[in-house]
Design a protein around this ligand. Structure first.
Ligand code: NAD
Ligand code: DAU
Length: 350
């Protein structure tokens, strides 16, 4: 049977990989990508699939409740994969309000619209994509599990935590069929260069400084974006309603160690003398409330749904560098306009 699936935020980094995977792997689905095209949304991320017969794009803001209801009434979606969000922690520190509107109010608007059209909930599913940052910050040891109490510490993570609670509340109150996944740091092609890895690749390419917050000792668990898209596919199709699944890379790196590895890959790729990029490392003022460590235990997903990350970090990082170096035009387009203003604001203050 033909199903119509709504993917929100499909013009962003992770969303574009999810849209591509679903359009290609599921010709029996019609995939509708709904995106506001903020600074982070970019239709160039989907050039290769935009003409596929089972793909459609709608430009819309999830905060516009009436418009969202009309879109749901028109398309009668069978499933929703909700990725649209304001996603950058530093931006949430500078201006939290937009995060409240999009991440909380926008999510509630989608939940209300789904509830309204789904008289019969059989076979329907609302899948909310979330982050490991809702669990707060770890010390030297331990891992986040699905039952770790929420302790969000930035406006971004507080807004995501709030939307997670609302999605669960709609399951318990209205029996809205939902699943949630909380994932660690993604990297790979099409990531906006405000996030650490693409920002640093772009800076090294242009001989600009590599800004390391604080002492560079914070730890993140990195996952290749296509492995995340595969996990999302698995959870959407086989997850149990009402459940939460943690997704992680089993791949913890101290920021400074990751940056040194990236520097050495970049020196090789750019045929520069070993050590050239490392000279660009500059310690700058720390992020306010900077969480020390995130690390995910994804054994529930591995055991119950048989997913595990398949891309080794060194391999994924090299593929990522190759992609950015081969797509300078994409980077130029994205860093023209307001990007320079954002960059100067962020980094001149540090
Ligand atoms: P991104 O910033 O690259 O993309 C977000 C997309 O949402 C953009 O296309 C943007 O135009 C769209 N959008 C923003 N506000 C909107 C609105 N009001 N209405 C409609 N569309 C809107 O984000 P990403 O890094 O791809 O993250 C996607 C999702 O995954 C987010 O929900 C994020 O919280 C979550 N997540 C991200 C990571 C990560 O490492 N990037 C890790 C775990 C979870
Ligand atoms: O853990 C999942 C989260 O990962 C997602 O929910 C977020 O959407 C995503 O942005 C990401 O959040 P982080 O804050 O961990 O990612 P970011 O790339 O901004 O930073 C990664 C680490 O690098 C963090 O410890 C801060 C540090 N950093 C970041 C930048 C941009 C620097 O040292 N220098 C920088 O210039």
């Amino acid at each position: 049977m033909m199903k119509t699936i709504l993917i929100t935020g499909g013009a962003g980094f992770i969303g574009s990989h999810v849209v591509r995977r679903f359009v290609r792997n599921y010709p029996q689905y019609k995939i509708v990508n709904l995106d506001k095209l903020t600074y982070a949304g970019n239709l160039a991320n989907l050039k290769d699939i935009e003409k596929e017969p089972n793909y459609e794009f709608i430009r819309a803001d999830i905060v516009a409740a009436e418009l969202i209801k009309k879109i749901f009434q028109k398309y009668r979606f069978d499933g929703v994969i909700h990725l649209a969000a304001e996603s950058h922690v530093d931006r949430s520190i500078a201006n939290p309000t937009e995060f409240i509107y999009t991440n909380i109010v926008g999510t509630v608007n989608l939940l209300n619209a789904a509830r309204e059209i789904w008289d019969n909930m059989d076979g329907k599913r609302f899948y909310h994509i979330s982050t490991d940052e809702v669990y707060g910050s770890l010390g030297e040891t331990g891992l986040f599990v699905e039952t770790t109490p929420y302790d969000p510490r930035s406006p971004y993570s507080a807004s995501k935590a709030s939307s997670d609670h609302l999605v669960r509340a709609y399951f318990h109150t209205y029996k809205l069929p939902m699943v949630i996944s909380n994932c660690s740091n993604n990297y790979g092609p099409f990531q906006f260069p405000e996030k650490l890895i693409p920002l640093v690749i772009n800076n090294i390419r242009n001989n600009k400084l590599i800004p390391v917050y604080g002492k560079g000792e914070n730890i993140r668990d990195w996952l290749y974006v296509e492995d995340h898209a595969e996990a999302i596919d698995r959870i959407f199709h086989a997850g149990i309603n009402g459940e939460t699944y943690n997704i992680g890379g089993i791949n913890e790196w101290k920021n400074i160690d990751l940056l040194k590895l990236l520097c050495s890959i970049m020196d090789t790729k750019l045929r520069r003398t070993a050590g050239t990029a490392e000279h660009l490392i500059t310690y700058v003022k720390d992020r306010a409330g900077h969480d020390l460590r995130y690390a995910i235990d994804s054994s529930k997903l591995q055991n119950e749904l048989k997913w595990k990350p398949s891309t080794r970090f060194e391999e994924g990082l090299e593929k990522t560098v190759d992609w950015y170096l081969a797509n300078e035009e994409w980077m130029k387009n994205i860093t023209s306009g307001d990007y320079q203003k954002y960059y100067d604001n962020q980094y001149n203050k540090r």
